[in-house]
Design a protein around this ligand. Structure first.
Ligand code: IPM
Ligand code: MG
Length: 352
C-alpha cells in the first residue's frame, strides 16, 4: 500500500523517541512492501523558534493532506513563561482541533514482566487491560479564556452532538471488548456533566443495549482506578478529566513512557502520539523510553493504514523486547543495568 505520513518530532525527548518510531516504521514498510512517504515538519517550541508559530501553515497543510500524523512531544521551559503569548501547547490544541480528532484512545495494559516496575502492588495490577476514550476537542480546553487584573476565567462548554459522538465511539469500542463502559463525570457539581450523563445514558440505552453502562464521579474514579484497576474495560470522559486520569492510569503500566495514544475523528486519518510530554529534564541524554511512541506507531498502522498484521507484529516485538530486559531507566529492574533509547529501539527491531 501507499500512504503519506506527516511526522512532527517536536521538542525535548520528542525527536529521540520519534527516531526510534521511524526506524521501526521503515523496517516494517520495507519488509511488507509498503510505500510510505514520511515528511518531517516543524511543530511546537521548535516551530516557534523557527517561525514564531507553534503550528506553521505548511505543517498544518501537510497534516491535513496526510493519511496519518505521528507526533513526538511538545513544550519546555524555554516557551512556558507565564506571560508568554505564544505557546507550544496552542499548536497541539490547534492541530487536534483542525484534524477533527475528537476521540483520544489511550489503552493501558500491564506487561507481566513489569508488574514490579509500578509503585503499586503486583496483585492489584494483574489482568489490567483498559482503554480510556478521552474527548479531545471540546470542554474547558477550548472554551473562552479571559484574564482580568484580579480574576481569570476558563469556560467549559459541551454540546449534545459532541457528547453523542464521543459516547458512540467509546460504546463501539466497548462492544468489541468486554462490553463494560464507565462514563466519568462530575454530575454532582457541573452542569456540563449533568448533560453528559443524560446523553450517555440515552445513547447507550437506545443504540447499544448489550453494553453495561456505569456512571462514576471523577474523584471516585481516580480512587477506584488504583484500588481495582482490572475491573475496568472502557472508560469515556471529557477532555480535562481524561488528561488527568490517563497520567494516573499510566502508573498502572509502570511508566508514563509506555503509553501510546490514537486520536481519531470521522474518517481513518488519525493523530498518534505517546501520552508523555517533552521531559526537558532528560532530553538529549538518550534515556527516554521509546515504547510509548513505538506502540503509537502500531496504533497508526492499525487505525489509519488498516495494517492489522503489521500493528500486531510491532506490539509483539515491543512486548518481547521488554520481557527480555530491553528497558530504559524508568522501568529498569532493580540492580539490572538500563538500556538507552536507541538500544531499546535496536532490541525491538531485532524482534521484528
Ligand atoms: C496530553 C498533554 C496535553 C494535554 C498538553 C501538552 C497540552 O498533557 O496530551 O495529555 O493536556 O492534552
Ligand atoms: Mg496529559
Amino acid at each position: 500500500m501507499k500512504a503519506k505520513i506527516a511526522v512532527l518530532p517536536g521538542d525535548g525527548i520528542g525527536p529521540e523517541v520519534i527516531a526510534e518510531g521511524l526506524r521501526c516504521l521503515r523496517a516494517l514498510a520495507e519488509r511488507h512492501g509498503h510505500e510510505l512517504t514520511l515528511t518531517e515538519l516543524p511543530f511546537g517550541g521548535a516551530a516557534i523558534d523557527l517561525t514564531g508559530n507553534p503550528l506553521p501553515r505548511d505543517t498544518l497543510e501537510a497534516c491535513l493532506r496526510a493519511d496519518a500524523v505521528l507526533l513526538g512531544a511538545i513544550g519546555g521551559p524555554k516557551w512556558s513563561a507565564p506571560e508568554a503569548k505564544v505557546r507550544p501547547e496552542q499548536g497541539l490544541l490547534g492541530l487536534r482541533s483542525a484534524l477533527g480528532v475528537y476521540a483520544n484512545l489511550r489503552p493501558v495494559r500491564v506487561h507481566p514482566a513489569l508488574l514490579g516496575a509500578s509503585t503499586l502492588k503486583p496483585e492489584v495490577l494483574e489482568g489490567v487491560d483498559l482503554v480510556f476514550v478521552r474527548e479531545l476537542t471540546g470542554g474547558i480546553y477550548f472554551g473562552e479564556k479571559r484574564r482580568e487584573p484580579q480574576s481569570a476565567t476558563d469556560v467549559c462548554t459541551y454540546t449534545v452532538a459532541e457528547i453523542e459522538r464521543i459516547v458512540r465511539a467509546a460504546a463501539r469500542l466497548a462492544h468489541k471488548r468486554r462490553r463494560k463502559l464507565v462514563s466519568i463525570d462530575k454530575a454532582n457539581v457541573l452542569e456540563t456533566s449533568r448533560l453528559w450523563r443524560e446523553v450517555a445514558t440515552r445513547i447507550v440505552r437506545t443504540e447499544f443495549p448489550q453494553i453495561t453502562l456505569e456512571h462514576m464521579l471523577v474523584d471516585s474514579a481516580a480512587m477506584h482506578l488504583i484500588r481495582r484497576p482490572s475491573d475496568f474495560d472502557v472508560l469515556v470522559t471529557e477532555n480535562m478529566f481524561g488528561d488527568i486520569l490517563t497520567d494516573e492510569a499510566s502508573m498502572l503500566a509502570g511508566s508514563l513512557g509506555l503509553l501510546p495514544s490514537a486520536s481519531l475523528g470521522e474518517g481513518t486519518r488519525g493523530l498518534y502520539e505517546p501520552i508523555h510530554g517533552s521531559a526537558p529534564d532528560i532530553a538529549g541524554r538518550g534515556i527516554a523510553n521509546p515504547c510509548g511512541t513505538l506502540l503509537s506507531v502500531a496504533l497508526l498502522l492499525r487505525h489509519s493504514l488498516g495494517l492489522e498484521g503489521e500493528a500486531a507484529a510491532l506490539e509483539r516485538a515491543v512486548s518481547e523486547a521488554i520481557a527480555q530486559g530491553a528497558r530504559t531507566p524508568d522501568i529498569a529492574a532493580k540492580g539490572a543495568s538500563a538500556l538507552s533509547t536507541r538500544e531499546v529501539g535496536d532490541a525491538v527491531l531485532a524482534k521484528l
